[in-house]
Ligand binder design. Structure first.
Ligand code: PEP
Length: 254
């Protein structure tokens, strides 16, 4: 079964409700010719704009994701949002373990795993981010770091759950820096991740999981990245803030 490519826009802490609605309308107008079989489009606005995004996206072929969730359903967790709340607001996906969450807010592999379980309970499709820092790459630890993040983050997952999961390989040194991984670097990481998924969760399940590349993706470099066998789309930060450049990324990947 072919893997439908996924293009996900991670807006981080950008955009008001009005800006969110305008972006989705502009993107929909720019990508009218895009069929749902050609690519799945996901936007991850800030929590405050999820409901408006979901409402606007109904008439566009765009799905909505949260950028994070708490693993408890409810409770005394000031400032946090649960999977059930994201679902209630209209999200169908959620990003888990983004490197900014890991680096700035202390998300650990164990927390990623708890959030993954919580996402599934809330019927949200998880988009789990993994990737090495520059220091880890320079020490030759890239593949070991990916193994550790995959093993702990995905612990307890069934083959079927892996098949429906979205992973994002995001080398931390490439996020927001303008410096993307070369095709050789991305290819090595993606092939390794696929190999591990096949070994640990079964060949058929590992083959169905979509693995996105993230890190300074732009309209100019997507074609080379998407041409790699195990790259099934992109998670895009900076270049997704303008509907026009995100639409160009999706277009150039076709
Ligand atoms: C991201 O935030 O996941 C990301 C990949 O950012 P950027 O595209 O700006 O590097």
């Amino acid at each position: 079964m072919p893997r439908i490519p996924v293009f996900a826009a991670n807006w981080k802490m950008h955009k008001t409700v009005l800006e969110t609605v305008a972006w989705i309308r502009e993107f929909a107008a720019l990508s009218k010719a895009l069929s749902a079989d050609a690519a799945e489009i996901i936007v991850a606005p800030p929590f405050t704009a999820i409901a408006a995004a979901a409402e606007t996206a109904r008439t566009a072929t765009v799905c909505v994701a949260g950028q994070n969730l708490h693993f408890e359903r409810e409770g005394a967790f000031t400032g946090e949002v649960s999977g059930a709340m994201l679902k209630d607001a209209g999200a169908d996906f959620v990003i888990i373990g983004h490197s900014e969450r890991r680096r700035l807010f202390g998300d650990t592999d164990a927390w990623v795993n708890r959030k993954l379980i919580a996402a599934r309970l809330a019927e949200l499709t998880p988009i789990v981010c993994i990737g090495e820092t520059l220091e880890e790459r320079e020490r030759g630890e890239t593949l070991a770091v990916l193994d550790r993040q995959l093993k702990s983050g995905l612990d307890g997952s069934s083959g079927d759950q892996i098949a429906s999961l979205i992973l994002a390989y995001e080398p931390v040194w490439a996020i927001g820096t303008g410096k993307n991984a070369t095709a050789a670097e991305a290819g090595e990481a993606h092939t390794h991740i696929r190999k591990r998924l096949r070994e640990w969760f079964g060949g058929a399940h590992g083959d169905r999981c979509r693995i996105l590349y993230g890190g300074s993706v732009k309209p100019e470099n997507i074609r080379e990245l998407i041409g790699l066998e195990d790259v099934d789309g992109a998670l895009v930060g900076g270049a997704s803030l303008e509907a026009r450049s995100f639409a160009a990324i999706v277009q150039n990947a076709q």
